[in-house]
Write a new protein. Structure first.
Length: 246
């Protein structure tokens, strides 16, 4: 066999030999780098999605709570049938003849017609509504005493008994455990010469003699939740309510 034929067969065998070990290791390394990059991108997207999902959830929760509180606070003192003059030591719970019964940094109790019998709208009688921040349960809770004019003597219908973290039902949950102020109260000082300083804050708890002076209430809630792989996520929402009937 000639030398030319042998060289041709040797060249074919070298071409069929495949990758060397070094080439294979380089290929595996490049593949691993690409795969890790894809996995890292996927993990980042999952964390971003989890954060967004939690944010939407707690925003909706907090926003719905503030909308409810703000709407009812604007009705403070709305009492078409004049329930307030009927209030006093004889009611259960004991009340005073004021639109706002009590006001603290973590709770407020007031008179407004919010009872809506089916198909009739508000019934004209002033009910008592209470909002309270429960630091133990990390909840903002709403309680309603509906006025019953047919009772002898007229009185509030007792709401369900309190049951820790269950009753009254929370309107906002998973609030920041460090939250100590939910409600702030303000009045307009007509004697203040500086127009920029006329709005002044009342100290909490608001003294009984100052309850009728409240004209503006600022509500702040801050929710706290833990998203999978994203850690703790906070969301703060503030509402500024001007009382229409005070």
């Amino acid at each position: 066999m000639s030398a030319g034929v042998l060289n041709m067969h040797d060249s074919q065998r070298k071409g069929d030999a495949g990758f060397t070990l070094v080439e294979a290791l380089i290929g595996v390394g490049i593949f691993a780098i690409v795969l890790l990059s894809i996995l890292q991108m996927f993990a980042t997207n999952r964390v971003t999605y989890a954060k967004g999902e939690v944010k939407v959830s707690i925003q909706q929760n907090a926003r719905a709570a503030l909308e409810l509180i703000s709407r009812e606070l604007r009705m403070v003192g709305y009492d078409p049938n004049h329930t307030t003059p009927l209030l006093g030591a004889g009611t259960t719970p004991v009340t005073t003849q004021r639109a706002i019964q009590s006001a603290t940094a973590t709770g407020i109790r007031f008179i407004a017609d919010v009872n809506n019998p089916v198909g009739t709208g508000p019934d004209g009688w002033g009910d008592m509504i209470g909002y309270t921040y429960d630091a133990t349960c990390r909840q903002l809770r709403r309680k309603v005493w509906v006025w019953d004019p047919a009772a002898l003597p007229p009185n509030f219908v007792a709401p369900p008994a309190d049951n820790a973290c269950v009753e009254p039902p929370p309107i906002a949950e998973q609030l920041d455990p460090a939250l100590t102020t939910v409600f702030r109260y303000f009045y307009y000082d007509a004697a203040e010469p500086n127009p920029n300083l006329k709005l002044k804050e009342l100290a909490s708890p608001v003294a009984a003699a100052d309850l009728m002076r409240i004209q503006r209430i600022v509500i702040q809630v801050e929710t706290e939740d833990v998203a999978p792989m994203a850690g703790t996520h906070d969301f703060r929402l503030v509402s500024d309510v001007r009382l229409r009937n005070m």
